[in-house]
Design a protein around this ligand. Structure first.
Ligand code: PGA
Length: 315
């Protein structure tokens, strides 16, 4: 940039450029003054000062009409570039502010609590100022919340099969057969699934995604589990299984912290572990906030690291 150009820029204020841009766009001093809530003499004065700083006229008036001079045209295209760049900068700033100050409303099915809070822990180390609200409930209740547009994002093992939702798989969610440590089947290999139907079975509550999956498995084989007890929590089911009340089928994530200890055995049943996935998504029409989009991208790109948080997963 030569010396005179530098001098010119030093003497032209952003306000003058704004006034000039409005006149050039409207080809009218009056309309520019209206748009900027300025008196017309103020607008004329700003352009006069700008023109003096540049050392060339910017407009020519012929009768009532205003024409731009060559230097006016050149300055107009420069102004467009400057103001576009500033608008882009403003968008970046608001995005950064959104990320800093935003809130993430996440709702997950009960079984996802074995990995989701720890994934959130990693996310919060990257974005410490984001407020998180985490709702943990079963699949049916999650679908109700989604219908009422309560949350930003949902994590579940079995998303609804309708076109008005968008879900993507991001993590394996294998289902395993659990029995107490010295169950007679614990030492056997390739146990036929028919033998499971003969065992007392402990089932998750109605509305649970795990229960839906287990019922499908049995139904596909033409079998019905011998229901011993229904429990609304994976932890309670593990205790009941360890206590010898029956066997169960749960996500292997439920063993993430302690693994299959001596008190619990994973049975080697034909077709198990059943390979399912965790899905993350939202209503198709939902406008995701910057925070929600950032979390969604994080979950998708960090899924391998999230899987490592549950290092004891089989299969
Ligand atoms: P649930 O869902 O916690 O409601 O059983 C788990 C799943 O769908 O895998």
């Amino acid at each position: 940039m030569n010396k005179s150009a530098l001098q010119m820029i030093r003497h032209a204020s952003l306000r003058q450029l704004q006034v000039f841009e409005a006149i050039a766009r409207h080809r009218s001093f009056t309309r520019a003054a209206e748009e900027l809530f300025l008196a017309q003499p103020t607008v004329s004065m700003q352009v006069k000062n700008l023109s003096e700083a540049i050392g060339l006229p910017l407009f020519e008036q012929v009768g009532k009409r205003i024409y731009m001079t060559e230097s006016g045209e050149a300055l107009y295209s420069t102004c467009r570039e400057v103001f576009n760049a500033l608008a882009h900068f403003e968008m970046q700033v608001s995005k950064l502010k959104g990320l800093k100050e935003g809130q993430l409303r996440l709702a997950i099915v009960s079984t996802a609590k074995y990995f989701a809070p720890r994934a959130l822990g990693v996310f919060c180390r990257y974005y410490p100022d984001i407020d998180i609200s985490l709702e943990v409930t079963n699949r049916e209740r999650l679908l109700e919340r989604m219908a009422d547009n309560f949350d930003d994002l949902y994590i579940m093992g079995h998303p609804p099969e309708t076109p008005d939702v968008v879900f993507e798989p991001f993590l394996p969610n294998p289902l395993v057969v659990l029995a107490w440590g010295d169950h007679p089947l614990a030492a056997q290999k390739n146990i036929p699934i028919e033998l499971l139907a003969a065992e007392p079975f402990i089932m998750r509550e109605a509305g649970s995604g795990t229960r839906l999956a287990v019922e499908n498995i049995f139904r596909k084989k033409g079998l019905v589990p011998k229901l011993r007890m229904e429990l609304g929590s994976n932890e309670a089911i593990k205790q009941a299984v360890a206590g010898g009340l029956g066997i169960s089928v749960l996500s292997s994530h439920t063993l993430a912290l302690e693994g299959a200890t001596g008190q619990l055995a994973i049975l080697d049943v034909e077709g198990f572990p059943i390979q399912r996935h965790w899905y993350i998504g939202h209503n198709a029409g939902k406008q995701l906030s910057v925070v929600a989009q950032t979390f969604l991208d994080f979950i998708k790109t960090e899924s391998a690291a999230i899987a490592n948080l549950s290092a004891t997963l089989p299969g």
